[in-house]
Design a protein around this ligand. Structure first.
Ligand SMILES: Nc1ncnc2c1ncn2[C@@H]1O[C@H](COP(=O)(O)OP(=O)(O)O)[C@@H](O)[C@H]1O
Ligand SMILES: [Mg+2]
Length: 364
């Protein structure tokens, strides 16, 4: 068990700075997820913690020890890769015990650890099979088992579920979360999938272009995104976002969209905007609903619009409609049937809208 600290850590590939002076404190036993679009520097960060990439600038501390100069095996971390990296000619049992055997552990002790890991992951039945005789999910479990037997201070996962189909991915996600509850070890987990991040993490680190955009619990990121990027990245469907300009209209500020819609700036934001400011204003699908199927919010703005497309998903229905010329999505939780072409009165809950300055991208 250990905490992990990154101090001003950078990674260069030639002239390209892939990770830019990152500061991060991962607490003992924490499940921390690094998430962000492809190429933002997640794997580089993880591989520097693992010791698979050199740390070009800054310091990484695991427990009390600065590990910059330590070999991967001296750091007491275990990494689980996307492609599992199992030895094809060995049985599951041999795969699980291999690293311990290399380390010179006695057979008795190895057997004990392998049995324990197999128990935790429910793979006892497969111990004598070869990897080729296992399903994708079972292989994934063996890969995790191989990490567990070493009793590392820190588990590192790099997109471990990317090769699995959707159903299995959900199942394994649950298993990884259970695994964390059982072994209570610090986990650093990399994914590009915001749903995976939201469901697994104690805290999420959102990265973009080699920097950290925001760190917070899943709900903090969902409720109070610090930037426009975080607001659109977290949550599904993605937050609706409308470019607008702030104007004063009889003592009160309003937003004028590019298509000329006039919308009042919410009361709580009246003091933070200024005349002529270019902003993006965002709202989630569940905060703009057809009036006849929902409750009218206390601070709302009415908008009449035709349905372009409706997706009844059972517990919810997604309705695609226009907001000026821009298509937005609305989500309602009542089972009423909505058809393309229906004209509906929508109520936008102004208290649930988000304003972002277009110059800085920061939340207002
Ligand atoms: N070995 C490498 N050589 C050169 N560039 C690399 C190498 N590994 C990664 N990069 C570049 O560094 C950036 C970050 O990559 P990576 O950490 O793999 O991102 P992520 O895991 O978030 O997709 C990308 O622009 C990628 O192309
Ligand atoms: Mg990667």
């Amino acid at each position: 068990m250990a905490k992990v600290t990154l101090e001003k850590v950078s990674k260069f590939y030639g002239n390209v700075e892939a990770v830019k002076k990152i500061d991060l404190e991962i607490t003992d036993n924490e499940f921390l997820v690094l998430v962000g679009p492809s190429g933002c520097g997640k794997s580089s960060t993880l591989r520097m913690i693992a010791g698979l990439e050199e740390i070009d600038e800054g310091k990484i501390i695991i427990g009390e020890k600065t590990v910059n100069e330590l070999e991967p095996r001296e750091r007491n971390v275990s990494m689980v890769f996307q492609n599992y990296a199992l030895y094809p000619h060995m049985t599951v049992e041999e795969n699980l015990g291999f690293s311990l055997k290399i380390a010179g552990m006695q057979k008795n002790d190895i057997d004990k650890r392998v049995a324990e890991a197999a128990g935790i992951l429910d793979i006892d039945e497969f111990l004598q099979r070869k990897p080729a005789q296992l399903s994708g999910g079972q292989r994934q479990r063996v890969a995790m088992g191989r990490a567990i037997v070493r009793r590392p201070d820190v588990f590192l996962f790099d997109e471990p579920l990317s090769n699995l189909d959707a159903k299995l991915r959900n199942q394994m996600r649950t298993e990884i979360k259970r695994l964390h509850q059982k072994v209570k070890t610090t986990i650093v987990y990399v994914t590009h999938d915001q749903v995976e991040a939201m469901t697994l993490a104690d805290r999420i680190v959102i990265m973009k272009d080699g920097i950290i955009e925001q760190i917070g619990t899943p709900l903090e990121l969902f409720e109070t995104p610090a930037t426009k990027f975080v607001a659109t990245f977290i949550g599904s469907p993605s937050m609706n976002m409308i470019s607008s300009t702030i104007k004063k209209d009889q003592e009160k500020y309003i937003m004028i969209t590019e298509d000329g819609l006039n919308i009042p700036v919410p009361k709580s934001k009246q003091d933070v905007v200024k005349e002529g400011q270019k902003i993006s204003f965002g709202f989630r699908a569940e905060d703009i609903v057809p009036l006849k199927f929902g409750n009218k919010p206390s601070q709302s703005w009415g908008h009449k619009s035709k349905v372009n497309l409706s997706e009844p998903l059972g517990t919810e229905t997604l309705i695609f409609t226009n907001f000026g010329k821009i298509e937005i999505v609305s989500r309602m939780f009542t089972p009423e049937l909505v058809r393309a072409g229906d004209e509906l009165d929508f109520a936008l809950n102004l208290e649930r809208t988000y304003l972002f300055d277009d110059e800085t991208g920061k939340a207002l």
